[in-house]
Design a protein around this ligand. Structure first.
Ligand code: AP5
Length: 220
């Protein structure tokens, strides 16, 4: 099963993708994570993307389609993947169709997480993660059990994303409305879109997604 999780910044795409990886053994393909890894490694792609990401704007289609295409060549995607943060423009959606067709793959579902944007600013500006294992936390909603120590690996080092400040989050949301939301009609025309209330409890959102995946649904 191959799916896209779609929604604005902070909608819960990464949170839900992580759950599906654990529950179903699917592979999470997060272009945001791939770009952050490129920035951290100081690769030519990372150097081009860094300032754009920190400003909350979209990295060029050419760069993102290139990294996604390389990732789709890895054998582990054959067991099913979750696209998290891709596609983000109609051009990326069209490129994805071509890439999948060339590999004999198809999309099964596009799941849109519907959310209230004002609540998302609070979700994003409060989040941080363990610098060692990546476990996610939130200033109000999910604190480590022992203050300052990661529940999973015991590390005392945490980090915040440089694009998780309010001004940049507002730019990311505007980018979503202008460039990413127009993707929905592209997939709706093929009967692929299912909507989930992304404001519900994380477990309830997960159960709603699981029901959609279990329902079969139409394929592209
Ligand atoms: P990316 O990394 O994709 O970031 P994003 O889309 O802005 O999404 P986030 O990771 O911020 O949010 P999320 O929906 O995953 O929410 P999460 O689960 O973490 O992209 C970053 C940048 O990279 C872009 O701005 C762009 O520059 C570039 N980029 C990436 N892909 C690109 C592409 N295809 N084209 C061009 N540029 C690209 O949840 C957020 C918080 O809320 C967490 O604390 C979580 O615990 C909490 N939470 C989640 N669900 C719930 C819930 N139901 N109730 C309460 N709290 C919840």
């Amino acid at each position: 099963m191959n799916i896209i999780l779609l929604g604005p910044p902070g909608a819960g795409k990464g949170t839900q993708a992580t759950r599906l990886v654990a529950e179903r053994g699917m592979v999470q393909l997060s272009t945001g994570d791939m770009l952050r890894a490129a920035v951290a490694a100081g690769t030519p792609v990372g150097n081009k993307a860094k300032a754009v990401m920190e400003a909350g704007q979209l990295v060029s289609d050419e760069i993102v389609i290139g990294i996604l295409s390389d990732r789709l060549d890895q054998p582990d995607v054959a067991g099913g993947f979750i696209l998290d943060g891709f596609p983000r423009t109609v051009a990326q959606a069209e490129a994805l169709d071509s890439l999948l067709a060339a590999k004999g793959m198809k999309l099964d579902h596009v799941i849109e997480l519907s959310v209230d944007e004002d609540a998302l600013v609070d979700r994003i500006t409060g989040r941080y993660s363990c610098a060692k294992c990546g476990e996610g936390y939130h200033d109000r909603y999910k604190l480590p059990k022992a203050p300052g120590v990661c529940d999973v690996c015991g590390s005392a080092e945490f980090k915040r994303r440089p694009d998780d400040n309010e001004e940049t989050v507002r730019t990311r949301m505007a980018e979503y409305r202008a460039k990413t939301a127009p993707i929905l009609p592209y997939y709706e025309a093929r009967g692929l879109v299912a909507r989930v209330d992304g404001m519900a409890d994380i477990g309830d959102v997960n159960r709603s997604i699981e029901r959609i995946l279990d329902s079969g649904g139409r394929s592209a």
